[in-house]
Design a protein around this ligand. Structure first.
Ligand code: PM9
Length: 459
């Protein structure tokens, strides 16, 4: 197994707690079979998300000590602005407390009711912010992106034929922007190729439609391009990032992912009018334009994180660690989405629990069982997260993919932790037919998976 040793040594440690099966059984029932409702202290290995869970470097912590907490004009903002302009190349940098606020500002500034926003696959917060701003979110990834078993190097690619069809059908005036999510989180952390980005750009230029990236995991996407796309092997990751972003007009960013920070985000744009609109709203809902809901020290941590994340040794280790977990699971016959993505391994819950119908949330049932059996927290990306009632017929609509994501926090867990996760899952797979389906007893109108409560179905 080719797994490079970690390109860092550990200076600070945080204790994690093992609990008994009985305690976890009680806790998961109390949590309404919703892993978001568990106390984090009762989790042994937390793979709920790679968002805001990175271990910061000594360089980032040192940067936090030179946070300038001035209300306006903090030096850390100017450093962040310089870094983002250097890597992303966009002119206007609007800091936000996290990615979803960048989305809200963008859609508020650009959408009219009934407008359409295509994406390869929208993340849940992106879709929710579009719908909240009365737009319609469309997922136009290539068909293979919905098939958990097709091996393709760039399975996050936008389907250009689908995109042309949508533009022809609705007219370009109904489409104020198109997004591309790199890497495609909701489709398995799959990358998008430079060629696909370039072609999308060429198409959109014909219609004068801006292209905005959801850039949360841009560095991981760039690593896949370097590794797998012709002509990029000898380019630096920063050169690849610059080229990639040059094909767009801006990006939303959650610095909690490839910013290697625990909080923060930004909206970066080239259009001064949209930037002005977004900034005006920013001042009402977040704060002054040079801090946008963050402390000066957070801005510094993000600026340093964005520089570190493009380090080749780091990204090689990062992607290899995720692949290592995936390989162990494949060797143990556990069904996972292939190829293995950038930030997470996705269990194919439909294949893992074939006896549980989508209406009984197999992904959520698997996530609950993984906690109960092994103290490992994961997250469902399936019927609970994306299922909904059809507005006209009132019937249940379920997403194509029924996944459970094991997201790997950056620079946090060791190889032995990863081994424990794989061994636990292989054991659960052996007794999979004992796992029961779930039924909803409470759901909120938006983003229901965060607060839903469920119960086990008897039969
Ligand atoms: N992603 C994730 O775990 C955190 C929230 S759900 C537990 O994957 C994309 C592609 C994301 C994303 C967050 C956001 C929003 C936008 N786009 O969480 O608001 O993966 O900073 O970012 C999460 P914020």
């Amino acid at each position: 197994m080719l797994f490079p040793a970690e390109p860092f040594k550990i200076k600070v440690v945080e204790a994690i707690q093992k609990t008994s099966f009985e305690e976890r059984d009680r806790l998961i029932r109390q949590a309404g079979y919703n892993v978001f409702m568990l106390p984090a202290e009762k989790i042994y290995i937390d793979l709920l998300t790679d968002s805001g869970t990175s271990a910061m470097s000594d360089n980032q912590w040192a940067g936090m000590m030179i946070g300038d907490e001035s209300y306006a004009g903090s030096r850390n903002y100017f450093r962040l602005e310089e870094t983002v302009r250097d890597i992303f190349g966009y002119q206007y940098i609007i800091p936000t407390h996290q990615g979803r606020m960048a989305e809200n500002l963008l859609f508020n500034a650009m959408l009219k009711p009934g407008d359409i926003v295509p994406n390869n696959i929208h993340f849940d917060t992106t879709r929710a912010n579009i719908e909240y701003n009365k737009g319609i979110a469309l997922d136009l990834v290539i068909d293979e992106g919905f098939d958990p078993d097709t091996e393709l190097p760039f399975k996050g690619n936008m389907d250009l034929r689908k995109l042309v069809r949508v533009i022809d059908q609705h007219g370009p005036q109904k489409i104020p922007l198109v997004m591309i999510t790199i890497t495609n989180n909701s489709g398995g952390g799959q990358p998008v190729s430079m060629e696909n980005i370039r072609q999308t750009r060429v198409l959109l230029q014909k219609y004068n439609i801006p292209l905005i990236f959801d850039a949360c995991r841009f560095a991981e996407n760039c690593y896949f391009i370097k590794e797998g796309e012709h002509g990029y092997h000898n380019k630096s990751l920063k050169e690849i990032a610059r080229e990639l972003f040059s094909h767009g007009d801006g990006c939303t960013m959650s610095a909690k992912k490839d910013g290697l920070a625990n909080i923060g985000g930004f909206l970066a744009l080239n259009d001064p009018q949209i930037a002005e609109k977004a900034t005006n709203l920013l001042i009402i809902v977040e704060g002054f334009p040079t801090y946008g809901g963050l402390a000066g020290r957070d801005l510094e941590a993000i600026s340093r994180g964005l520089q570190e994340v493009l380090n080749e040794d780091y990204l090689h280790y990062r992607i290899s660690q995720v692949r290592y977990l995936g390989q162990l699971l494949l060797e143990g016959q556990v069904p996972i989405l292939r190829p293995i993505g950038g930030h997470a391994v996705y269990l194919n819950a439909k294949a893992f629990l074939p006896h549980i119908p989508k209406s009984q949330f197999p992904g959520q049932a698997l996530a609950a069982e993984l906690y109960r059996s092994a103290g490992i927290r994961s997250v469902e990306i399936g019927s609970l997260m994306f299922g909904h009632k059809d507005r006209e017929t009132g019937e249940d609509v379920f997403p194509e993919l029924e996944l459970v994501r094991l997201a790997i926090p950056r620079r946090v867990y060791t190889t032995m932790h990863i081994n424990y996760v794989a061994e636990s899952l292989i054991e659960i797979y052996k007794k999979r037919y004992q796992i029961k389906g779930l039924k909803l007893v409470y759901e909120a109108p938006f983003l229901r998976h965060f607060t839903a409560r469920l119960e086990e179905v008897d039969s």
